[in-house]
Design a protein around this ligand. Sequence first.
Ligand code: NAP
Length: 209
Amino acid sequence: MTVPPTIAETLRKHRPDVIIHAAAYADVAGAERDREHCWHTNVVGTRNLVRNAALAGMFVVYISTDYVFSGERGDYREDDTPGPVRNYYALSKLVAEESVRTLPRHLIIRTSFRAAPWPYAVAYSDLYTSQEYLDVVAPEIALAIAHLADVPYETLHIAGPRTSAYELARKTRPDVRAASRAESTVELPADVSLNTSLWRALRRTWRDQ
Ligand SMILES: NC(=O)c1ccc[n+]([C@@H]2O[C@H](COP(=O)([O-])OP(=O)(O)OC[C@H]3O[C@@H](n4cnc5c(N)ncnc54)[C@H](OP(=O)(O)O)[C@@H]3O)[C@@H](O)[C@H]2O)c1
């Protein structure tokens, strides 16, 4: 992705109708220490991909994040104004979103997920998101991509119900220790829960067909 000839060559070889762009520098704390690497991967890499996709008229699905929002109130809808972002990773994903939006054919999916069981010894009880476990949210994203032609939006929130990181962690790791996001080495938003009503309505429509 950060080597433009590789992208051009891969797209020429495989001629995909749709590119699912999930590649990223996704280490939120690491991004504060290594901003250059984060920017190069998330922004320059996305720009490279977008340029090649535009030339070939391809559809791009971009996997983005709830962190594009400030976290002051939660329940964010797709058309809510993003920012101000709380950390560098979030900044890079927001800028990358805007690059993807220059394409005539695109879908930005904002989500949040963790592998199960909860991979850390601690979880923040004052960090609210719509994070879900991967085995729940990945099939939902796959369903949206399978029905891409029937998605009448350019941005879509696909995630779980609002929960604290601690509540989510306890479901798969009962001995997890509750902590405060103030203990994190990187600034984290208080509540970036996503309003997923557009997605839930779409799913209902498809189920009823
Ligand atoms: N985890 C979350 O809660 C969350 C929330 C919202 C959105 N997202 C987004 O979801 C996507 C996947 O995240 P994840 O948490 O699963 O992270 P991850 O496990 O670190 O996956 C990132 C992927 O990007 C690839 N990658 C990194 N640099 C690349 C480059 N220069 N060229 C090509 N591929 C590159 C990595 O490949 P290698 O392993 O080979 O380096 C890896 O497969 C990301 O776009 C992330 O921003 C994640």
